[in-house]
Design a protein around this ligand. Structure first.
Ligand code: DAH
Length: 344
């Protein structure tokens, strides 16, 4: 009996040495786990020693209890320290196989759509001539789209077969010319605007037609605006856009809202040297000014005092020519192989 506490003390000390060296030798987390169970588990060595406490006297118990507690704490601390060492070593080994000097998988930079690039360029050129940008709704009234533009009720453009009508009688605008009307109704002269935007027609979609396409309207109204101004402006624009050596031809044509009216053809060596129809234009018909005056309730657009020119370009066709695309549908299919060829 006398010997017991001393014996217990010796066993605690030898268990400490055994446990600490086993922990120090553990080479992976599996081995460390085994040591944890072996020494601290429910039936582990430290727990079994604790059972020996029962045979001790009242005085001896706290002394041995403290020794055992110290042992448990020392083993726990050694296990935890070894565990973080092993984890750090495993992490370092894993990282050693990663070459941080390799290039990463960078995010791809997008680019503007060729049509947007063209609109930007066109806007820049017209801005240098003092044109502002105007806008209007894609869903239009018949009055803005046709009546105010001197287009009679029996005009083919108004046919239901050619136009997208809404049940309430409005329609998807068939051209951006409606923006001319909106701008004049809202503002007195002088007016000098361009208006890029979508237009819609019930066209069979094929290599040269889309049911939704992009136009750019232009309008200049002030006292004394002449046909020479129109020709000079149009020529300047296309020479800037296509470069020197570009030829422009004005071919007499008919549009209800201009008089005289022309179609504009363009020829450049870069585009096979063939004449290509690009736009319509003309001098604003006095009948349009009268419609606008009636709507405004004044006569600031008195055809005796102001005159003007207007034009409308199909931008899809221009974009096709500038980029060498032969099928207009490529402009709407969003195929990245095609779109990524164009950058600003
Ligand atoms: N709006 C016409 C079209 O879509 C194009 C046009 C022709 C616009 C003559 C004009 C113009 O402003 O003066 O076919």
């Amino acid at each position: 009996m006398e010997n017991q506490p001393a014996q217990l003390g010796v066993r605690i000390e030898s268990l400490r040495i055994e446990a600490l060296s086993a922990i120090a030798e553990a080479s992976d987390s599996g081995g460390l786990k085994e040591s944890r169970v072996r020494f601290l588990g429910k039936t582990g060595s430290v727990s079994l020693l604790s059972e020996g406490m029962r045979t001790l006297s009242k005085e001896e118990r706290p002394v041995m209890g403290k020794l055992l507690n110290d042992l448990r704490e020392a083993v726990t601390a050694a296990l935890d320290a070894k565990e973080s060492t092993l984890t750090a070593e495993a992490d370092a080994a894993a990282l050693a196989t990663i070459d941080t000097s390799l290039p990463g998988t960078g995010a791809e930079a997008g680019s503007l759509h060729p049509l947007s690039l063209l609109v930007d360029r066109a806007v820049q050129i017209f801005r240098r001539l003092g044109f502002a940008i105007a806008d209007g709704p894609d869903i239009e009234t018949e009055w803005h789209c046709f009546d105010a533009l001197n287009t009679p009720a029996d005009h083919p453009a108004r046919n239901e077969q050619d136009t997208f009508y809404l049940p309430d009688g409005r329609l998807l605008r068939t051209h951006t010319s409606s923006i001319q009307v909106r701008t004049m109704v809202a503002n007195p002269p002088p007016i000098r605007i361009i208006a890029p935007g979508s237009a819609y027609r019930r066209d069979e979609v094929d290599a040269t037609h889309l049911a939704q396409f992009t136009q750019m309207e232009g309008l200049y109204v002030a006292p004394g605006v002449s046909l020479a101004d129109l020709k000079g402006t149009i020529e300047f624009f296309f020479l800037e856009l296509f470069g020197p050596g570009t030829e422009i031809r004005f071919r007499p044509h008919f549009f209800p809202f201009t008089e005289p009216s022309y179609e504009i053809d363009l020829r450049t060596e870069a585009l096979d040297g063939k004449w290509m129809e690009l736009a319509g234009c003309g001098m604003v018909d006095p009948a349009v000014f009268e419609e606008v005056n009636a709507k405004r309730g004044d006569s600031v657009y008195d055809p005796e005092k102001v005159s003007g020119f207007a034009f409308g370009f199909g931008l899809d066709r221009l974009a096709m020519n500038l980029t060498g695309v032969s099928d207009i549908r490529m402009l709407t299919e969003n195929d990245l192989r095609f779109l990524s060829r164009f950058t600003a």
